[in-house]
Design a protein around this ligand. Sequence first.
Ligand code: HAM
Length: 429
Amino acid sequence: MEPKRGEDVAIQSIRGMHDLYGAEMGAWSAVEKVVHKTFQDFGYKEIRTPVLEKIEVFSQTVGEDTDIVQKQMYTIERSDEQLALRPEGTAAFVRAVIQHQLHRLPGAQRFYYYLPMYRYERPQKGRQRQFFQFGGELINDASPEADAEIITLLDQIYKALGLSHYEVRINTLGDSESRAAYRKALEEYFRPLLGELSEDSKARFERAPMRILDSKHEADQSAVQKAPRIGEYLTDFAKAHFESVKQRLNQAGVSFIVDPLIVRGLDYYSLTAFEFVSDQLGAQSALGGGGRYDGLAERFGEKPIPAVGFALGMERLMLALEASQKMPKVPAGPFLYLAPLGAAAFERFYPLSLELKRHGLECELLYEKDKNLKWQLKQANRCGAQYALLLGEEEVAKGVAVLKNMSDGGQKEIGLDRIVEQLKQVHST
Ligand code: HAM
């Protein structure tokens, strides 16, 4: 019977959640490797938090008025506890910091994570219900140098992968004093315009008028464009902090633009906020984003912990790499296909295949005996091997095998003694 395929199968994965396999999985792994390495080069240590947290971890911190808390969390009730699948990493990270007192370690501490996140959003290109984020978080350091380091690190991740079609947009959300003054100014400005604003923005007006600036509704655009900007309401401290961040970014050679409309969709930020925006992604143009969140710990009843960080979406990163033709080249098949011609050759190749694997040389040997040369070469082509190693009765007698380069057809004899070393040499060139 023909196996069922794709759409015909009755049981499907959940909408907005995808399986990864084959060539796509290979490309993801290659990209993940570069991102892990860049974090490690910058001195960030990996941390993993559980996929489930008590719901308060997010509801108390991310902001009552945010989409995440209002409508996007996947929740589970179990033994009278309300739990949520992690919609974002930062609140869970700070929960772990406080639980393990990581902020008591001396000096700046650097962490990163690579974890799936869950948000009940309307799926579209670059927007899924399960998506993967790499995040970097730097705690115990309130300096503008820490903010600039975090932005430089995110920039370096994209640069290391060869991406260039993006803009770094930065803003300051001020300290609490600046924000109180700005909030008042925004309320005064938007109040007479309420009738013209979208329903979403009307709802935001009462609780978080600054988030109106983040509105994508057409109806809000003209009011948003003319709204007062935070610059005029900044305290000297907030102004100086932002100036230093910009100066440090210039020093680091990171190009950026100041965008006063970057307010972020999560509530816990203060001072620096930023987004990396690509023109190759369509509507979901944010490649990554973050900012400073010194006050988040207070939402867990702790003293403030200076902290700044970012998260980048893997799905969007892969889309951007595809659009820029910067997808890493992943070998289509194994290094070597072992082609035994006859029983004696198979007896030689079976232990050799395991020996090669132990030495880190990927090879394929099919456990089908008595196949002829034509069949073996067809299989070598099918699996995309770089080389095929042919061994017939004559070669066994001579103590050699024939190494065939599958891309140019060139062949040479190599001795069966010390064959592992010789293949290792071929592999490394
Ligand atoms: P965020 O802006 O909500 O920030 O998400 C960061 C990135 O995750 C986005 O720029 C986007 O690339 C990706 N992303 C978000 N939602 C989706 C989705 N539904 N489908 C695919 N990709 C998505 C945060 O999550 C903060 N925790 C970042 C942070 C870390 N701030 C400080 N530290």
